[in-house]
Design a protein around this ligand. Structure first.
Ligand code: MG
Length: 401
């Protein structure tokens, strides 16, 4: 057996809503729904109390109001979440030199070789969980396993405030009874195809001939077969240069036209910018991603003259990229990614165009401050009607997301 790894996946519980309940004790025990409070707003995160009424992330806010009329609807305070995220990531750094954040509220920690320091894998998970609660007053759920995929699946099994360990060697049996939708990268479309092949559990995929999966689904077929069999060689990676930060949203109804797309991208830009700031990195590149109703996917990249980590400049890049994309066709998914990341502390290259970056950052920070003071719904950019709901994540080879 190759060098066996110990990987933790730590995921905060109902993160945005939990921050609100922490900061406003009167909200504890109540159904708290964080999201766009406007007419076209979308639920970003909701507390577990709200979930019992059927409220879910990415649901239109008006629907959440129908399901949970006495819920407390709160506009997001991104800067409060970014501050909590930074503290959480600092806790992770105390436990492992190899931390890979996936978004503001979740990360992989490679704990391989730290048994002498922290004890059994289970004990490692418990210590990290306790340290997070102590540092930020918020609970996390932890998955402990020998691969990233299994750790990620495990962290979700006993939410909230739970720890689930998959013992080494038990990966296949651990995954087998779970629905195929739990496989990383399997979206609605891929799930439909797998169901059409008679596969509904991860164990079904594991037992299926890999050659046929590959014939039907290409490289993605082999990929999910490997994951289903507990094989996942991907390393926990904290190398920032090669990574990107992205957010995307599947549209409930196909949209047409530049303004419709731009409207969807505005909250995503805020989320990506917040993640960049939380990771203390800036991006030299911005990518626009559009998926059309016929599932054709296009991307457009732009190189910037100075690295950015603010929503305003991400948006101006997106405006340029939208000029180079066909937005006259119906679209079912929009996304943006920031790539070619660099440490935020690095000296900035002077820009020949537009106001100095420092000025724009001041503006962004002032906007953050006003938003915090009055709530996100009060101070919004003119065309901003929604709020973030998509999770920032690394753009991967997702077949369907
Ligand atoms: Mg979470």
């Amino acid at each position: 057996m190759p060098h066996a790894r110990i990987i933790l996946h730590v995921d905060m519980d109902a993160f945005f809503a939990a921050v609100e309940q922490r900061d406003r004790p009167e909200l504890r025990g109540k159904p708290v729904i964080v999201g766009g409070t406007g007419r076209r707003g979308v639920v970003s995160t909701c507390s577990y109390e709200a979930r019992t009424f059927g409220v879910r992330s990415a649901m239109p806010t008006f629907k959440a109001r129908d399901l949970c009329p006495h819920g407390v609807f709160v506009a997001p305070r991104m800067d409060a979440y970014v501050a909590a995220s930074r503290t959480i990531m600092e806790v992770f750094d105390r436990y492992s030199p190899l931390v890979e954040p996936l978004s503001l509220d979740e990360a992989f920690l490679d704990m391989t070789g730290s048994e002498r320091l922290f004890g059994t894998p289970h004990a490692m998970g418990e210590q990290v969980r306790a340290a997070v609660v102590e540092a930020v007053g918020l609970t996390a759920s932890v998955g402990v396993a020998s691969t990233k995929f299994v750790a990620k699946v495990a962290s979700d099994m006993n939410k909230p405030n739970g720890l689930t360990e998959c013992p080494r060697g038990a990966e296949k049996a651990f995954l087998a009874p779970l629905p195929i939708e739990r496989i990383w990268g399997v979206g609605r479309k891929a799930a439909e195809r797998l169901h059409g092949m008679g596969l509904s559990r991860i164990g079904d995929v594991a037992a299926y001939p890999v050659e046929i999966l590959e014939q039907r689904l290409g490289g993605f077929g082999r990929h999910i077969w490997s994951l289903a069999n507990g094989i996942d060689v991907r390393e926990v990676s904290n190398t920032r240069e090669r990574k990107s930060v992205g957010a995307e949203r599947t549209l409930a109804q196909t949209s047409v036209g530049r303004e419709a797309v731009r409207h969807r991208l505005l909250p995503l830009a805020d989320e990506v910018a917040a993640t960049l700031r939380a990771k203390q990195v800036r991006a030299w590149g911005v990518r626009l991603k559009l998926k059309y109703a016929d599932f054709r996917l296009i991307t457009r990249d732009l190189r910037l003259d100075a690295p950015v980590h603010d929503a305003e400049r991400l948006l101006s890049a997106i405006d340029e990229l939208l000029e180079r994309a066909d937005v006259s066709l119906p679209m079912r998914l929009v996304g943006l990614a920031a790539f070619d990341l660099t440490d935020a502390e690095q000296p900035r290259q002077a820009s020949l165009f537009g106001p100095a970056p420092e000025r724009r950052e001041d503006l962004e920070q002032a906007l953050d401050a006003v938003r915090e003071r009055f709530g996100g719904a009060t101070v919004v950019r003119a065309s901003w009607l929604g709020t973030p709901s998509a999770k920032a994540h690394d753009f991967g080879p997702d077949e369907d997301s």
